[in-house]
Write a protein that binds this ligand. Structure first.
Ligand SMILES: Cc1ncc(COP(=O)(O)O)c(C=O)c1O
Length: 469
Protein backbone atom coordinates (compact mmCIF):
# COMPACT_ATOMS: atom_id res chain seq x y z
CA UNK A 1 0.00 0.00 0.00
CA UNK A 2 1.47 3.36 -1.00
CA UNK A 3 0.94 6.32 1.27
CA UNK A 4 -1.26 7.98 -1.42
CA UNK A 5 -3.68 5.05 -1.58
CA UNK A 6 -7.00 6.02 0.02
CA UNK A 7 -8.26 4.12 3.02
CA UNK A 8 -11.38 2.02 2.75
CA UNK A 9 -14.77 3.28 3.89
CA UNK A 10 -14.87 1.08 7.00
CA UNK A 11 -11.44 2.30 8.10
CA UNK A 12 -12.35 5.94 7.56
CA UNK A 13 -15.67 5.65 9.39
CA UNK A 14 -13.81 4.39 12.48
CA UNK A 15 -10.61 6.43 12.47
CA UNK A 16 -11.38 9.44 10.26
CA UNK A 17 -11.18 12.91 11.73
CA UNK A 18 -9.97 11.93 15.18
CA UNK A 19 -7.48 14.14 16.97
CA UNK A 20 -5.74 11.94 19.59
CA UNK A 21 -6.48 12.89 23.18
CA UNK A 22 -3.22 14.56 24.21
CA UNK A 23 -4.26 15.02 27.84
CA UNK A 24 -4.90 11.41 28.93
CA UNK A 25 -4.56 9.25 25.82
CA UNK A 26 -8.21 8.17 25.80
CA UNK A 27 -8.62 5.88 22.75
CA UNK A 28 -12.10 7.24 22.11
CA UNK A 29 -11.85 11.03 22.13
CA UNK A 30 -13.68 12.47 25.14
CA UNK A 31 -16.87 14.49 25.00
CA UNK A 32 -15.86 18.12 25.43
CA UNK A 33 -18.97 19.11 27.33
CA UNK A 34 -18.01 22.70 27.97
CA UNK A 35 -19.72 25.90 26.89
CA UNK A 36 -16.45 27.80 26.66
CA UNK A 37 -12.68 27.42 26.56
CA UNK A 38 -9.98 29.08 28.66
CA UNK A 39 -7.59 31.65 27.24
CA UNK A 40 -4.03 31.45 28.54
CA UNK A 41 -3.70 35.21 28.68
CA UNK A 42 -4.86 38.56 27.33
CA UNK A 43 -3.10 38.14 23.98
CA UNK A 44 -4.52 34.70 23.35
CA UNK A 45 -8.08 35.93 23.97
CA UNK A 46 -7.53 38.78 21.50
CA UNK A 47 -5.94 36.53 18.87
CA UNK A 48 -8.61 33.84 19.11
CA UNK A 49 -11.31 36.48 18.64
CA UNK A 50 -9.39 37.97 15.72
CA UNK A 51 -9.02 34.50 14.20
CA UNK A 52 -5.27 34.94 13.96
CA UNK A 53 -4.72 32.02 16.33
CA UNK A 54 -6.42 28.65 15.92
CA UNK A 55 -8.32 27.36 18.93
CA UNK A 56 -11.71 27.31 20.54
CA UNK A 57 -13.57 30.13 22.26
CA UNK A 58 -17.22 29.21 22.75
CA UNK A 59 -19.09 26.02 21.80
CA UNK A 60 -21.70 27.77 19.64
CA UNK A 61 -18.80 28.79 17.40
CA UNK A 62 -16.86 25.53 17.59
CA UNK A 63 -16.19 22.55 19.83
CA UNK A 64 -13.56 19.79 19.55
CA UNK A 65 -16.10 16.93 19.76
CA UNK A 66 -18.29 18.53 17.13
CA UNK A 67 -15.22 19.23 14.99
CA UNK A 68 -14.22 15.53 15.12
CA UNK A 69 -17.57 14.58 13.67
CA UNK A 70 -17.40 17.35 11.08
CA UNK A 71 -14.03 16.07 9.84
CA UNK A 72 -15.30 12.49 9.70
CA UNK A 73 -18.45 13.36 7.75
CA UNK A 74 -16.47 15.56 5.35
CA UNK A 75 -14.01 12.70 4.82
CA UNK A 76 -16.72 10.12 4.19
CA UNK A 77 -18.54 12.39 1.71
CA UNK A 78 -15.24 13.30 0.02
CA UNK A 79 -15.93 16.92 0.81
CA UNK A 80 -13.55 19.63 1.96
CA UNK A 81 -15.41 20.81 5.05
CA UNK A 82 -18.55 20.03 7.03
CA UNK A 83 -20.64 21.92 9.57
CA UNK A 84 -22.38 19.83 12.21
CA UNK A 85 -25.72 21.29 13.29
CA UNK A 86 -28.51 20.29 15.63
CA UNK A 87 -30.90 18.69 13.09
CA UNK A 88 -31.40 17.87 9.43
CA UNK A 89 -33.79 20.81 9.21
CA UNK A 90 -31.06 23.08 10.55
CA UNK A 91 -28.68 21.70 7.91
CA UNK A 92 -31.12 22.63 5.13
CA UNK A 93 -31.71 26.07 6.67
CA UNK A 94 -27.98 26.79 7.02
CA UNK A 95 -27.19 25.54 3.51
CA UNK A 96 -29.97 27.58 1.88
CA UNK A 97 -29.44 30.75 3.93
CA UNK A 98 -25.75 30.61 3.11
CA UNK A 99 -26.63 31.04 -0.56
CA UNK A 100 -29.86 33.00 -0.92
CA UNK A 101 -31.23 36.38 0.10
CA UNK A 102 -34.49 38.28 -0.49
CA UNK A 103 -35.29 38.45 -4.20
CA UNK A 104 -33.59 35.13 -4.98
CA UNK A 105 -35.11 31.93 -6.32
CA UNK A 106 -34.64 28.19 -5.73
CA UNK A 107 -35.58 25.29 -8.00
CA UNK A 108 -36.28 22.11 -6.07
CA UNK A 109 -37.42 18.63 -6.92
CA UNK A 110 -41.05 18.17 -5.84
CA UNK A 111 -40.23 14.83 -4.28
CA UNK A 112 -38.48 15.95 -1.09
CA UNK A 113 -38.99 15.63 2.66
CA UNK A 114 -42.13 17.52 3.71
CA UNK A 115 -40.23 19.44 6.42
CA UNK A 116 -37.78 20.80 3.83
CA UNK A 117 -40.72 21.74 1.63
CA UNK A 118 -42.24 23.63 4.56
CA UNK A 119 -38.93 25.40 5.16
CA UNK A 120 -38.87 26.54 1.54
CA UNK A 121 -42.54 27.52 1.33
CA UNK A 122 -43.31 28.86 4.77
CA UNK A 123 -39.99 30.21 6.03
CA UNK A 124 -37.88 31.21 3.03
CA UNK A 125 -40.85 32.55 1.07
CA UNK A 126 -41.64 34.91 3.96
CA UNK A 127 -38.07 36.19 3.69
CA UNK A 128 -38.60 37.00 0.00
CA UNK A 129 -37.10 33.85 -1.53
CA UNK A 130 -39.23 32.22 -4.22
CA UNK A 131 -39.24 28.49 -4.92
CA UNK A 132 -40.43 26.44 -7.88
CA UNK A 133 -40.83 22.68 -7.81
CA UNK A 134 -40.02 20.19 -10.56
CA UNK A 135 -42.76 17.56 -10.82
CA UNK A 136 -40.64 14.82 -12.38
CA UNK A 137 -37.04 15.10 -11.24
CA UNK A 138 -35.93 12.99 -14.21
CA UNK A 139 -37.20 15.62 -16.65
CA UNK A 140 -34.20 17.86 -17.32
CA UNK A 141 -36.24 20.12 -19.61
CA UNK A 142 -38.57 20.83 -16.68
CA UNK A 143 -35.63 21.70 -14.41
CA UNK A 144 -34.24 24.00 -17.07
CA UNK A 145 -37.59 25.66 -17.78
CA UNK A 146 -37.91 26.63 -14.10
CA UNK A 147 -34.47 28.25 -13.82
CA UNK A 148 -34.61 32.07 -13.78
CA UNK A 149 -31.89 34.74 -13.84
CA UNK A 150 -32.26 35.08 -10.03
CA UNK A 151 -32.10 31.32 -9.35
CA UNK A 152 -29.33 30.62 -6.84
CA UNK A 153 -29.45 26.87 -6.38
CA UNK A 154 -31.01 23.62 -7.48
CA UNK A 155 -32.05 21.14 -4.80
CA UNK A 156 -33.02 17.49 -4.66
CA UNK A 157 -32.70 14.33 -2.58
CA UNK A 158 -30.52 11.45 -3.74
CA UNK A 159 -33.07 8.81 -2.61
CA UNK A 160 -36.41 10.56 -2.08
CA UNK A 161 -38.86 9.07 0.36
CA UNK A 162 -41.27 7.40 0.09
CA UNK A 163 -41.34 6.97 -3.71
CA UNK A 164 -37.63 6.20 -4.37
CA UNK A 165 -37.60 8.43 -7.48
CA UNK A 166 -33.78 8.50 -7.57
CA UNK A 167 -32.19 11.81 -8.56
CA UNK A 168 -29.92 11.79 -11.61
CA UNK A 169 -27.29 13.76 -9.69
CA UNK A 170 -24.78 14.12 -12.53
CA UNK A 171 -27.36 15.33 -15.05
CA UNK A 172 -28.94 17.89 -12.69
CA UNK A 173 -25.48 19.05 -11.50
CA UNK A 174 -24.41 19.54 -15.09
CA UNK A 175 -27.53 21.59 -15.79
CA UNK A 176 -26.99 23.68 -12.63
CA UNK A 177 -23.40 24.42 -13.65
CA UNK A 178 -24.43 25.45 -17.15
CA UNK A 179 -26.60 28.08 -15.44
CA UNK A 180 -23.85 29.13 -13.04
CA UNK A 181 -25.49 27.79 -9.87
CA UNK A 182 -24.68 24.98 -7.42
CA UNK A 183 -26.60 21.75 -6.86
CA UNK A 184 -27.44 21.00 -3.22
CA UNK A 185 -28.30 17.35 -2.49
CA UNK A 186 -29.90 15.88 0.63
CA UNK A 187 -28.05 12.57 0.96
CA UNK A 188 -29.75 11.43 4.18
CA UNK A 189 -31.23 8.17 2.91
CA UNK A 190 -28.28 7.10 0.78
CA UNK A 191 -25.49 8.05 3.21
CA UNK A 192 -21.97 8.31 1.76
CA UNK A 193 -21.70 4.52 1.97
CA UNK A 194 -24.22 4.10 -0.85
CA UNK A 195 -23.60 7.33 -2.75
CA UNK A 196 -21.29 10.34 -2.68
CA UNK A 197 -23.17 13.05 -4.58
CA UNK A 198 -20.09 15.33 -4.58
CA UNK A 199 -18.32 12.75 -6.78
CA UNK A 200 -21.14 13.06 -9.31
CA UNK A 201 -21.00 16.84 -9.56
CA UNK A 202 -23.14 18.04 -6.64
CA UNK A 203 -21.63 21.03 -4.85
CA UNK A 204 -23.11 20.86 -1.36
CA UNK A 205 -24.51 17.84 0.50
CA UNK A 206 -26.80 18.02 3.49
CA UNK A 207 -27.76 15.31 5.96
CA UNK A 208 -30.17 14.57 8.68
CA UNK A 209 -27.66 12.84 10.95
CA UNK A 210 -30.63 11.73 13.06
CA UNK A 211 -31.18 8.88 10.59
CA UNK A 212 -28.64 6.36 9.25
CA UNK A 213 -25.53 8.27 10.34
CA UNK A 214 -26.66 7.77 13.94
CA UNK A 215 -28.66 4.59 13.41
CA UNK A 216 -29.43 4.15 17.09
CA UNK A 217 -32.35 6.54 17.09
CA UNK A 218 -31.30 8.51 20.15
CA UNK A 219 -29.84 11.73 18.72
CA UNK A 220 -31.05 14.48 16.39
CA UNK A 221 -28.41 16.15 14.25
CA UNK A 222 -27.54 17.39 10.80
CA UNK A 223 -24.61 18.28 8.58
CA UNK A 224 -23.74 20.55 5.67
CA UNK A 225 -20.81 19.34 3.54
CA UNK A 226 -19.03 21.38 0.88
CA UNK A 227 -17.41 19.79 -2.14
CA UNK A 228 -14.96 22.64 -2.53
CA UNK A 229 -15.21 22.80 -6.30
CA UNK A 230 -17.83 25.46 -7.03
CA UNK A 231 -16.19 28.70 -8.18
CA UNK A 232 -17.93 31.49 -6.24
CA UNK A 233 -15.67 34.03 -7.97
CA UNK A 234 -16.88 33.31 -11.51
CA UNK A 235 -19.92 35.61 -11.27
CA UNK A 236 -19.45 38.05 -8.37
CA UNK A 237 -22.78 39.82 -8.98
CA UNK A 238 -24.62 36.54 -8.31
CA UNK A 239 -23.17 36.24 -4.80
CA UNK A 240 -23.03 39.78 -3.35
CA UNK A 241 -22.70 38.50 0.25
CA UNK A 242 -19.52 36.64 -0.67
CA UNK A 243 -18.00 39.60 -2.49
CA UNK A 244 -18.50 42.51 -0.13
CA UNK A 245 -15.62 43.73 2.02
CA UNK A 246 -15.85 42.37 5.57
CA UNK A 247 -14.42 44.10 8.62
CA UNK A 248 -13.84 40.68 10.21
CA UNK A 249 -11.65 39.80 7.21
CA UNK A 250 -9.70 43.09 7.31
CA UNK A 251 -11.59 44.43 4.34
CA UNK A 252 -11.33 41.31 2.19
CA UNK A 253 -14.44 39.47 0.97
CA UNK A 254 -15.23 35.82 1.70
CA UNK A 255 -14.56 35.00 -1.96
CA UNK A 256 -11.17 36.73 -1.89
CA UNK A 257 -10.11 35.20 1.39
CA UNK A 258 -11.51 31.67 1.02
CA UNK A 259 -11.94 31.10 -2.74
CA UNK A 260 -13.90 27.90 -3.38
CA UNK A 261 -14.43 27.61 0.39
CA UNK A 262 -16.20 30.98 0.56
CA UNK A 263 -19.76 29.66 0.86
CA UNK A 264 -19.10 27.05 3.55
CA UNK A 265 -17.04 29.48 5.65
CA UNK A 266 -19.80 32.08 5.31
CA UNK A 267 -22.38 29.42 6.23
CA UNK A 268 -20.37 28.52 9.33
CA UNK A 269 -19.22 31.98 10.48
CA UNK A 270 -22.23 34.08 9.56
CA UNK A 271 -25.27 31.80 9.20
CA UNK A 272 -24.77 28.93 11.68
CA UNK A 273 -22.88 31.02 14.24
CA UNK A 274 -25.60 33.67 14.30
CA UNK A 275 -28.71 31.51 14.05
CA UNK A 276 -27.11 29.17 16.56
CA UNK A 277 -28.21 25.59 15.68
CA UNK A 278 -25.17 24.15 17.47
CA UNK A 279 -25.46 20.50 18.48
CA UNK A 280 -24.69 19.44 22.02
CA UNK A 281 -21.24 17.78 22.07
CA UNK A 282 -23.01 14.86 23.70
CA UNK A 283 -25.19 14.44 20.61
CA UNK A 284 -22.12 14.83 18.40
CA UNK A 285 -20.52 11.97 20.35
CA UNK A 286 -23.63 9.82 19.83
CA UNK A 287 -23.60 10.57 16.11
CA UNK A 288 -19.91 9.63 15.94
CA UNK A 289 -20.65 6.34 17.70
CA UNK A 290 -23.25 5.63 15.03
CA UNK A 291 -21.00 6.53 12.11
CA UNK A 292 -18.42 3.96 13.26
CA UNK A 293 -20.72 1.12 12.11
CA UNK A 294 -22.38 2.92 9.18
CA UNK A 295 -21.21 0.67 6.34
CA UNK A 296 -22.16 -2.54 8.14
CA UNK A 297 -25.57 -1.25 9.03
CA UNK A 298 -26.43 0.29 5.66
CA UNK A 299 -25.30 -2.83 3.82
CA UNK A 300 -27.62 -4.97 6.00
CA UNK A 301 -30.45 -2.41 5.90
CA UNK A 302 -30.36 -2.55 2.11
CA UNK A 303 -30.21 -6.35 2.01
CA UNK A 304 -33.18 -6.68 4.39
CA UNK A 305 -35.16 -4.05 2.48
CA UNK A 306 -34.49 -5.76 -0.84
CA UNK A 307 -35.76 -9.10 0.49
CA UNK A 308 -38.90 -7.46 1.92
CA UNK A 309 -39.55 -5.51 -1.28
CA UNK A 310 -39.33 -8.76 -3.27
CA UNK A 311 -41.71 -10.47 -0.83
CA UNK A 312 -44.17 -7.57 -1.05
CA UNK A 313 -44.03 -7.55 -4.85
CA UNK A 314 -45.32 -11.14 -4.85
CA UNK A 315 -48.28 -10.42 -2.58
CA UNK A 316 -51.71 -10.17 -4.25
CA UNK A 317 -52.83 -7.46 -1.78
CA UNK A 318 -50.05 -5.12 -3.00
CA UNK A 319 -50.52 -3.05 -6.14
CA UNK A 320 -47.04 -1.48 -6.24
CA UNK A 321 -43.69 -1.51 -4.45
CA UNK A 322 -41.64 1.69 -4.74
CA UNK A 323 -38.20 0.17 -4.17
CA UNK A 324 -35.62 1.24 -6.73
CA UNK A 325 -33.61 -1.90 -6.00
CA UNK A 326 -36.25 -4.03 -7.75
CA UNK A 327 -35.53 -4.72 -11.42
CA UNK A 328 -39.15 -3.90 -12.26
CA UNK A 329 -38.93 -0.40 -10.73
CA UNK A 330 -38.83 2.56 -13.16
CA UNK A 331 -35.85 4.02 -11.25
CA UNK A 332 -33.87 0.78 -11.27
CA UNK A 333 -31.46 1.92 -13.98
CA UNK A 334 -30.60 5.02 -11.92
CA UNK A 335 -30.25 2.86 -8.80
CA UNK A 336 -27.85 0.54 -10.63
CA UNK A 337 -25.79 3.51 -11.75
CA UNK A 338 -25.73 5.49 -8.50
CA UNK A 339 -26.33 2.86 -5.83
CA UNK A 340 -24.31 -0.24 -6.74
CA UNK A 341 -23.87 -1.15 -3.04
CA UNK A 342 -27.61 -1.29 -2.38
CA UNK A 343 -30.73 0.82 -2.80
CA UNK A 344 -31.22 1.75 0.84
CA UNK A 345 -33.99 0.72 3.18
CA UNK A 346 -36.73 3.35 3.03
CA UNK A 347 -39.50 2.70 0.54
CA UNK A 348 -43.25 2.42 0.17
CA UNK A 349 -45.76 -0.15 -0.97
CA UNK A 350 -49.41 0.34 -1.80
CA UNK A 351 -52.25 -1.87 -0.67
CA UNK A 352 -55.21 -2.39 -2.99
CA UNK A 353 -57.62 -1.88 -0.11
CA UNK A 354 -56.84 1.83 0.43
CA UNK A 355 -56.87 3.42 3.89
CA UNK A 356 -58.91 0.63 5.49
CA UNK A 357 -56.30 -1.94 4.47
CA UNK A 358 -53.44 0.32 5.53
CA UNK A 359 -55.07 0.79 8.94
CA UNK A 360 -55.41 -2.98 9.43
CA UNK A 361 -51.81 -3.70 8.48
CA UNK A 362 -50.45 -0.81 10.54
CA UNK A 363 -52.41 -1.89 13.60
CA UNK A 364 -51.53 -5.57 13.24
CA UNK A 365 -47.72 -5.36 13.05
CA UNK A 366 -45.88 -6.19 16.25
CA UNK A 367 -42.20 -6.05 15.35
CA UNK A 368 -42.33 -2.96 13.11
CA UNK A 369 -42.63 0.21 15.21
CA UNK A 370 -45.37 2.68 14.24
CA UNK A 371 -43.11 5.73 14.13
CA UNK A 372 -42.16 8.77 12.07
CA UNK A 373 -38.44 8.27 11.88
CA UNK A 374 -36.04 6.68 9.41
CA UNK A 375 -32.75 4.82 9.39
CA UNK A 376 -33.13 3.29 12.83
CA UNK A 377 -31.80 -0.18 13.69
CA UNK A 378 -35.46 -0.95 14.43
CA UNK A 379 -37.91 -1.40 11.54
CA UNK A 380 -40.43 1.42 11.31
CA UNK A 381 -43.81 1.71 9.61
CA UNK A 382 -45.91 4.79 8.79
CA UNK A 383 -49.01 5.75 6.81
CA UNK A 384 -47.95 8.98 5.03
CA UNK A 385 -51.43 10.04 3.79
CA UNK A 386 -52.69 10.46 7.37
CA UNK A 387 -49.44 11.72 8.91
CA UNK A 388 -46.49 13.29 7.03
CA UNK A 389 -48.62 14.20 3.99
CA UNK A 390 -51.90 14.95 5.82
CA UNK A 391 -51.52 18.70 5.16
CA UNK A 392 -51.59 18.12 1.41
CA UNK A 393 -54.86 18.09 -0.50
CA UNK A 394 -56.03 14.73 -1.89
CA UNK A 395 -55.13 15.99 -5.38
CA UNK A 396 -51.62 16.91 -4.26
CA UNK A 397 -51.21 13.53 -2.63
CA UNK A 398 -52.43 11.80 -5.78
CA UNK A 399 -49.98 13.82 -7.90
CA UNK A 400 -47.17 12.79 -5.54
CA UNK A 401 -48.21 9.12 -5.75
CA UNK A 402 -49.24 9.04 -2.08
CA UNK A 403 -52.26 6.75 -2.29
CA UNK A 404 -54.47 6.19 0.76
CA UNK A 405 -53.27 2.59 0.75
CA UNK A 406 -49.57 3.54 0.69
CA UNK A 407 -47.41 2.46 3.61
CA UNK A 408 -43.82 3.57 4.20
CA UNK A 409 -41.22 1.26 5.67
CA UNK A 410 -37.80 1.99 7.07
CA UNK A 411 -36.41 -1.52 7.21
CA UNK A 412 -34.17 -2.13 10.21
CA UNK A 413 -31.57 -4.68 11.18
CA UNK A 414 -33.72 -7.39 12.73
CA UNK A 415 -33.62 -10.88 11.19
CA UNK A 416 -35.36 -10.46 7.89
CA UNK A 417 -37.33 -13.70 8.34
CA UNK A 418 -38.87 -12.22 11.49
CA UNK A 419 -39.75 -8.98 9.69
CA UNK A 420 -41.43 -10.92 6.89
CA UNK A 421 -43.25 -13.03 9.48
CA UNK A 422 -44.52 -9.81 11.07
CA UNK A 423 -45.76 -8.45 7.74
CA UNK A 424 -47.27 -11.82 6.85
CA UNK A 425 -49.15 -11.81 10.14
CA UNK A 426 -50.34 -8.24 9.45
CA UNK A 427 -51.45 -9.17 5.93
CA UNK A 428 -53.45 -12.06 7.40
CA UNK A 429 -55.46 -9.40 9.21
CA UNK A 430 -56.59 -8.20 5.77
CA UNK A 431 -58.16 -11.49 4.78
CA UNK A 432 -59.22 -12.82 8.20
CA UNK A 433 -62.26 -10.56 8.42
CA UNK A 434 -64.22 -13.02 10.54
CA UNK A 435 -61.41 -13.60 12.99
CA UNK A 436 -59.99 -10.11 13.28
CA UNK A 437 -60.68 -7.91 16.26
CA UNK A 438 -61.41 -4.15 16.09
CA UNK A 439 -57.78 -3.25 15.56
CA UNK A 440 -57.43 -5.74 12.72
CA UNK A 441 -55.18 -8.09 14.68
CA UNK A 442 -55.75 -11.72 13.97
CA UNK A 443 -57.11 -13.65 16.95
CA UNK A 444 -56.33 -16.96 15.30
CA UNK A 445 -52.59 -16.56 15.54
CA UNK A 446 -52.11 -17.60 19.16
CA UNK A 447 -48.69 -19.23 18.86
CA UNK A 448 -47.26 -16.24 17.05
CA UNK A 449 -48.83 -13.87 19.60
CA UNK A 450 -47.15 -15.78 22.39
CA UNK A 451 -43.78 -15.69 20.59
CA UNK A 452 -43.95 -11.91 20.22
CA UNK A 453 -45.15 -11.54 23.79
CA UNK A 454 -42.13 -13.48 25.01
CA UNK A 455 -39.81 -11.32 22.92
CA UNK A 456 -41.17 -8.00 24.17
CA UNK A 457 -41.38 -9.35 27.70
CA UNK A 458 -37.78 -10.48 27.59
CA UNK A 459 -36.59 -7.24 26.03
CA UNK A 460 -38.62 -4.64 27.86
CA UNK A 461 -39.83 -6.31 31.01
CA UNK A 462 -43.38 -5.49 29.93
CA UNK A 463 -46.12 -7.95 30.74
CA UNK A 464 -46.73 -10.49 27.96
CA UNK A 465 -49.55 -9.54 25.59
CA UNK A 466 -51.80 -12.48 26.57
CA UNK A 467 -51.65 -11.40 30.23
CA UNK A 468 -52.85 -7.96 29.20
CA UNK A 469 -55.85 -9.16 27.24
C1 LIG B 1 -34.54 13.27 3.81
C2 LIG B 1 -34.65 14.07 5.07
N1 LIG B 1 -33.98 15.22 5.17
C3 LIG B 1 -34.06 15.98 6.30
C4 LIG B 1 -34.84 15.60 7.36
C5 LIG B 1 -34.91 16.46 8.59
O1 LIG B 1 -34.10 15.91 9.55
P1 LIG B 1 -34.25 16.17 11.13
O2 LIG B 1 -35.46 15.44 11.56
O3 LIG B 1 -32.98 15.64 11.67
O4 LIG B 1 -34.39 17.65 11.31
C6 LIG B 1 -35.56 14.40 7.30
C7 LIG B 1 -36.40 13.97 8.44
O5 LIG B 1 -37.13 13.03 8.38
C8 LIG B 1 -35.47 13.61 6.11
O6 LIG B 1 -36.14 12.47 5.99
Amino acid sequence: MTSEEPFGFATEQIHGGVVPDAAFGARVPPIHMSSGFLFDDFDQARDRFAGTEDGYTYTRLGNPTNADVERRIALLEHGTEAILVSSGQAAAAVAFLGLVQAGDHIVSAQSIYEGTKGLLLQNLRRLGVEVDFVERSGDLAEWEARIRPNTKLLFGESIPNPKNDILDVAAVADLAHRHGVPLVVDNTLATPYLLRPLEHGADIVIHSASKFLSGHGVAIGGAVVDGGHFDWRAEPERWPHLHQPERALEGASYAERFGTGAAIVFARDVVAARLGPTPSPFNAFLIRQGIETLSLRVERHSRNAHAIAEWLARRPEVTSVDYAGLASNPYHALAERYLPRGAGSVFAFTLAGGEAAARRVMDAVRLFSRMTHLGDVRSLILHPASTTHAQRTPDERRAAGIDDGLIRLSVGLEDVADLIRDLDHAFNALSATGTADESGASLADGASDRAFATLTHAVSGARPIDEEI
